[in-house]
Design a protein around this ligand. Sequence first.
Ligand code: APR
Length: 235
Amino acid sequence: MKQTATWLKTADSVVVLTGAGMSTESNIPDFRSRSGWWQQVDPMTIATPEALEGNPEQFKAFYKARLEALEEAEPNRGHQIIARWEERGLVDRVATQNVDGLHQRAGSRNVDALHGTIHAIRCHRCDRPHELDAFLRDEACVSCGGVLRPGVVLFGEMLPQDAWQRALKAIEKADVVLVIGTSLDVYPVNQLPSVTGGKTVYINRDIDQSIHAFDAVHQGSAGEILEELDRLMEA
Ligand code: APR
């Protein structure tokens, strides 16, 4: 841990790459843990354009459940520490797979939402943006009558290219990449840790053998480990 704190303190450029494990301490389920969303439902039957087009009612029910789970959620200490590190110039960017907006609500400004944002509702046919309420009230697109959907990247869809390019370039040149709370199961984000020339640090509750050859691995709660690193960097 001391070595990681030293790398962070002496780095010119640090990028944080996060996944759903960053938000479980805000009481939001992740996907592949025992209590994750994908233990209850097969993602290939719900988080795809085919599911949206073929079974819009089930698709909308799932994403409404995720939006409701988010209503009470607040950024946790891990989000707050990362936002504070950015303010102090210790972190340059956050690249996140999370669609919950909690990094942004904690005050992080340079956030690349690689899998989109669940609160950004748009028409699936003509892309016209709509208010969140229009989705929650099951309304149709005011322009073309199409189905409304959250602005998340469904399996098989392209990632937002601007966010992807920003994150890729920042990670390539970073001195340290902190990878927090992600199983690294999903392509292409799971390729990002291997494109950096800098040190790679993996912070996760479950450690399985498949993780890349990280320079440092810290097993445990993101919030606790970030608090410990914060203390060590103050020292
Ligand atoms: N602290 C640290 N790690 C945690 C915590 C925590 N409090 N809670 C959970 N984790 C770890 C779990 O052990 C797990 O390895 O976070 C990881 C979360 O992995 P996933 O559930 O697979 O989530 P993620 O990697 O973000 O999934 C990537 O898959 O379904 C798609 O689009 C969805 O963006 C998501 C993508």
